[in-house]
Design a protein around this ligand. Sequence first.
Ligand code: ADP
Ligand code: MG
Length: 698
Amino acid sequence: MDLSYQDIKFLPGVGPKKADILAKELDIRSTEDLLHHYPYKYVDRSRFYYIHEVNVDMAFVQIKGQIIRFEKAGEGPNLRLTATFTDGQETIELVWFKGIKWVLEKYKTGIQYVVFGKPTAFNNRFNIVHPEIELVSQLTPAEQMGLQPFYNTTEKMKSSFLNSKTLQKIIFQVIGTIKSGIPETLPAYLLQKFALLNLTESLVNIHFPKNGDLLRKARQRLKFEELFYIQLNILQQTKWRDQHFRGFVFGQIGHYFNTFFNNYLPFELTNAQKRVIREIRVDVASGRQMNRLLQGDVGSGKTLVALMSMLMAVDNGFQACIMAPTEILATQHFASIKELLGDIGLNVALLTGSVTAKKRAPIHEQLRNGELNILIGTHALIEDAVQFKNLGLVVIDEQHRFGVEQRSKLWKKNVNPPHILVMTATPIPRTLAMTLYGDLSVSVIDELPPGRKPIQTYHYYENKRQGLNQFIAKQVSAGRQVYIVYPLIEESEKIDLQSLETGYQYMCEVFPEYQISMVHGKMKPAEKEHHMQKFVGGETQIMVATTVIEVGVNVPNASVMVIESAQRFGLSQLHQLRGRVGRGAEQSYCILLTDYKLGTDTRKRMEIMVRTNDGFEISEADLRLRGPGDLEGTQQSGLPFDLKIANLAQDGKMLEIARNAAMEILTDDMKLEKTENRVMADQLRKLKTNTLNWGSIS
Ligand code: ADP
Ligand code: MG
């Protein structure tokens, strides 16, 4: 029996109307979907309370008793219904503001009920607003046993009486009828090896735990399975690719690499840079096609690693390109790479959206005939008109700005896919990288070039603004430049733009003697570029902007980053912004300005920012605070990021175990053809067809 084919509308208690809502709201269509809609919490209902025990600190309370009387009060929208409920000794009020007619029809006085809900204090009495009410005779066994499951529902569902309780009842019935018929989805030898509960037991206990221990085991098993199949999928694809695509072999370290290294390199490489270059060298000489993610904090010197990798390509007769997310960044790369290469004798060109057709023609021509060695640019590189003679290496800078689709287009720029080096300054926690980019090898630059002064970060409230202005004045008169960043999100775009402009006006009034730029994403690209260039060129001292300046821009003279309404930014974003300063020899500062009233999480974010400059520590903290779904880069990944039960912030260990298990199995039986592995091949096929995009990750 395949439960994924069993339409829920035929289940008892569901019917076409509820089925429709479940499909629309929670994407639950089949019995299988329903069984995999896990509770988000459990409440211990093993204990009944007496009314005299009730206090407001209780998250919920459960009382047995009966209703003595109903009373209506108020009019129109203020109409409410109150029931006086007694446990035989004292009374408590039950209150409804909605569904009054239905309540009066359904519940009667003098019948034994169990009421359940959160007690609140009102007029020196306790009451329970919109309680759950059950006939004592109709409690499900799970409730009688203790742990009651709670399910996520939506407003739409609730207004159609499809609340957690209803779901619980439906699922309870389903489990009762098909208990013996849930096909196992992991091979027996894995269950045995890791002492995992079988699927049926796991599903029964995830919904209706017989006890705490079984609940824990059920969660273990379901987490393992979820992580395991993601890894199995990624690793199988990687293996498949390794077998089907030969990588170009950059067999020799030749003239350009050596000449550059010996005569042009303006400084010693850091040990981390050396290590990463060695890792890349091994990859590109191996005959396998490289897919490598290079993580390194802002300013750690990734560009140089990219350049030296490109020289490896050139020395072996290949062309190389580097793609940046913005025109400014591409232009900066072009300038710094030109300078580093000096008169070494390589042909390097810049290709961006604003390069005129007339100037493009020779670039296109030289790319095709092989005269051009290195191309630097923006998305313009992806266009079909851009044809290489022999592209051997693609470097993608600041990866999270590029979607999967764009990556795969670059892949197709040669008969065989070129080696790919993806660089990012937004470090990705290890667990996330393994899930998101399980197919990428990861290199890390965990060391900054010597002589950098760590940025000092401070968290201030509004009342320090005077002092801050004096500080800004001091820095500017010492010849430094200052960023002032405002949040801008779509939902509150108008207000945000207003506060940006107000902030700009304010700075103009406070500092009439300085030149001040303003840049935001709503400006025309050319205008934005113009103002940005003025700041880059040092014509203006202060830049008031939204997060458009977030990625990659290099203004070594900028030493102060002020972030307004810092509470509205995520940790990774704050860290990215901070990375805009501290790129020169001067001491740099980051000032986080916030409201006085801050939630616990926000306070934590500020504390972490003040405490550390370590991008990895910050990304781990971000993952813990926000969960993976919200982290930058995960949306574009195409992966099912809202994991159902596993948690990438907490289940790192389990992920590793699952990954190793998958690896071991595939090494022995890549196509999962052995009898004992069939179940995995089937399950994988099913997951790929059911889950959007799961099978098409590049
Ligand atoms: P990011 O990793 O943020 O892309 P960049 O590649 O832009 O960093 O490097 C930041 C600055 O550090 C550049 O000015 C670069 O020339 C310099 N740099 C890179 N490597 C070294 C090194 N080993 N020693 C000294 N300076 C370096
Ligand atoms: Mg960079």
